[in-house]
Each structure stands twice: as structure tokens, then as C-alpha cells.
Design a binder for this molecule. Sequence first.
Ligand code: UD2
Length: 310
Amino acid sequence: MKNPVVTGGAGFIGSSIVRALLKEGAQRVTVIDNLRSGSEKNLAEVAEHVDLHVVDIRDYDAIAPLLEGAPKVFHLAAIPSVPRSITEPVPSHTANIDGTFNVFRAAAEGGAGRVVYAASSSAYGDTEVLPKVESMIPMPKSPYAAQKLMGEYYASVFASCFGLTTTSLRFFNVFGPRQDPSSPYSGVLSLFMRCLIERRPPTIFGDGEQSRDFTYVEDVAGLCLKASNAPAAVVSGNMYNAGNGGRFTLNQTWRILCGFEGVEIEPVYGPPRAGDVKDSQADTARAVRDLGHAPRFSFDEGLRLTLEWY
Ligand code: UD2
């Protein structure tokens, strides 16, 4: 039996999926990662069970043999940032659309068992009502959102036209240990954590009243595994929200974090970011029904565990 494959497996979320697979009983996991935003450090204590291939998903010939016969493929590799897709549209497009097409094509041609695709809550855009349900018409507001939505469409047609079992999970603002705060494009919670530890004010884009369904990384990794084990007849070609079901504004979140450390630091407010969604909250009913989704970490617990790691 060949190993499961995680593209982007040296990244923050991908490396959690690698750990979850090993915990579930996989002997080894194949990781495909160009190490641009991922890092070998993220796999340090599991390295002896990982076959790391430093290749780019834009290179079809390099990835095709690695996906051949894989029982499960988790496709996480991407350039995951709304603002970066606006400042650097070309690499964002080629990685997120061309690279994603390559992964589905290689999985289909190589007879892979199934692909679980990391889609994004950004596909919804600004909806009139919350929470956001899978049946809503998508309204992407940024190149990144459009690219991630295109990946879902490919997942669906690779299932219907090429007989590949695929499932898309729309990740809702994932956070947790190993999220890298070193780039201006980093997830807001990693940046907040670093500011808190260094006792510096964070920059909040807009009035801070935008809200997010922050979802702890282990809950998302667990759901990815559930999607990979669910009956293909139920989940193939489908898309599910991968969120916690709650939402917090950035102002609330910063106050909670300051409360943990007993400090009071006023954020600095900047202009709103182009392409930003106002509010985000997942309806989890479909994922609960079909995948047995059961988030284990409250926001408070997730924040505490993450802060300990930083
Ligand atoms: C989007 C998706 C998310 C995931 C992610 C990948 C939505 C609702 N969510 O996350 O599911 O795909 O993209 O990157 O579209 N912010 C600040 N200060 C900072 C950094 C960010 O105020 O220093 C704000 C930012 O303007 C936004 C919020 O924090 O309103 C969250 O930003 P983010 O970059 O962490 O994630 P977001 O929502 O673009």
C-alpha cells in the first residue's frame, strides 16, 4: 500500500494533517512542498515518518509520479492570502489554479484513491445573512477567493467527468501552533500573538468590527481525515464548511488576548484592506451530518494553546 500524500504538508495546516495521519495509523506520509512558506521545522519530530519532496505543484512532471496510486491525497499547497493575491496576482493564480489542476489531473491519471481539497470560506464573499451555508451562491471578492472557488469547481468536475473521488472543505480562518507570523500576509491571529508577546500594538485594518469564525487547526485536520474516510458515495464531488460555527470581531479577539496576559494595549487602526470580507461564520450542519464534524476546541482553549506555543 502506498502512502497518503499531503501537498503543502510542511505548512501550518498541512503539517497538522501529517501528524493526524500518523496518529491514525499511517506508517509513512509523503509530503510535497516547495518550502516557500512551509518549513521542515514544522515536521521536525515526525521527520523520520515523512518522505519530503521539495517540488512545486506547478511542475506536473515532478508531482505526477508522487501521486500515482496514493490511497488519499490532501491538497493544501497554495499561496493562501487575500492581499497577496492582489499585490502578486500572477504567482497566486499559477499556484492556486494551475497547481491545483495539476494535482487533480495527476491524481486522476495516477489512479489515486481520493482527493480532499482545502477550499476557502472567502468564496462566499459578503452574504446578506449569517451563518454561511453551502447552498449560498458564491461571490468571491478577491483573486484568492476566485482561485479557491475554481479549485472547488475542478474538484467537482474531476469527480463527475473523470471518476476521481474528491471532497472540498471550505476552511474558515484556521489558527493554532506553527502558524508563521513572519510575513505581512500571515494570518491575523499569528500577528496578534506576536504583538501581544512583544507588548506592541497590532495594526487592525478597518474598524476592527469585522468578524471571523476562527477555527482551531486540530479540528480542521480532524475534519480532513473524516472527509477522507467517509463513504465516497456520500461525499464525492461535494463541498463542506470547515468552521467552528461561532464568530468574534477583531476588537473582541484582541481584548481577549490582552486579558490573558493582564495588559491593556490599544491597537493602531489602518485603512480597510481591499478584498476583505466583512463577517464570516460557518453553518456546520452539513459537515456534522455527512462527516461527523465535532469541533473539540473552543475559541478560548484554542487561543490559550496557541499562545503557549508562541
Ligand atoms: C481568508 C479566508 C480564510 C482563509 C484565509 C487564507 C475569509 C473570511 N477568510 O482569511 O478562510 O482562506 O483567507 O489566507 O475570507 N487583519 C488586520 N491586521 C493584520 C492582519 C489582518 O486587521 O495585521 C484583518 C484583515 O483585514 C481581515 C482579518 O484580519 O479583516 C483576517 O485576516 P487574515 O489575513 O487573517 O484572514 P482572511 O480573513 O483574509
